[in-house]
Write a protein that binds this ligand. Structure first.
Ligand SMILES: [Zn+2]
Length: 140
């Protein structure tokens, strides 16, 4: 994939996973906005909870389509989990895993062999949870 194809693929996969969530869970969630341009190369995707926004890294162009698709499912599951449960559940807890499972992905695929605890940092935008190894961060 080139950069253009990557961006189109991410948008398409994000919509496909949102359609799948809505259909399987009886929801009617709108498609999220999709943006690119994450600077941190360790971060593949970001779910902006409450903003219905997902940002992806252009660096995903170095990865296989499967990895890119997994990243899209991971982030969509965060938005769906937030819509269903709000902020009352863990970022990568059972509820989120269940949303990811609905999309045909297993959570343990992302976390196996990743015993390091998450790092919480404060930024101008709020609290950010960085999951080492997972290379995904979420905004509270
Ligand atoms: Zn995550």
């Amino acid at each position: 994939m080139n950069s253009f194809e990557l961006r189109e693929f991410c948008k398409q996969e994000t919509r496909r996973y949102m359609d799948m969530s809505n259909s399987k869970l009886g929801l009617n969630l709108p498609y999220p906005k999709v943006e690119f341009g994450i600077k941190n190369k360790r971060v593949k995707g970001l779910a902006f909870l409450g903003k219905n926004l997902i940002k992806y890294s252009d660096d995903l162009v170095r990865f296989t389509k499967e990895v890119v698709s997994n990243t899209c499912a991971h982030e969509v599951a965060h938005l769906v989990c937030y819509a269903k449960h709000g902020n009352n559940v863990k970022h990568h807890g059972e509820e989120w895993s269940s949303c990811l499972w609905t999309l045909g992905h297993k959570a343990d695929k992302y976390f196996r062999g990743n015993p390091a605890p998450p790092t919480i940092v404060r930024t101008a935008l709020g609290k950010v949870t960085i999951m080492p190894g997972v290379r995904t961060i979420e905004f509270d």
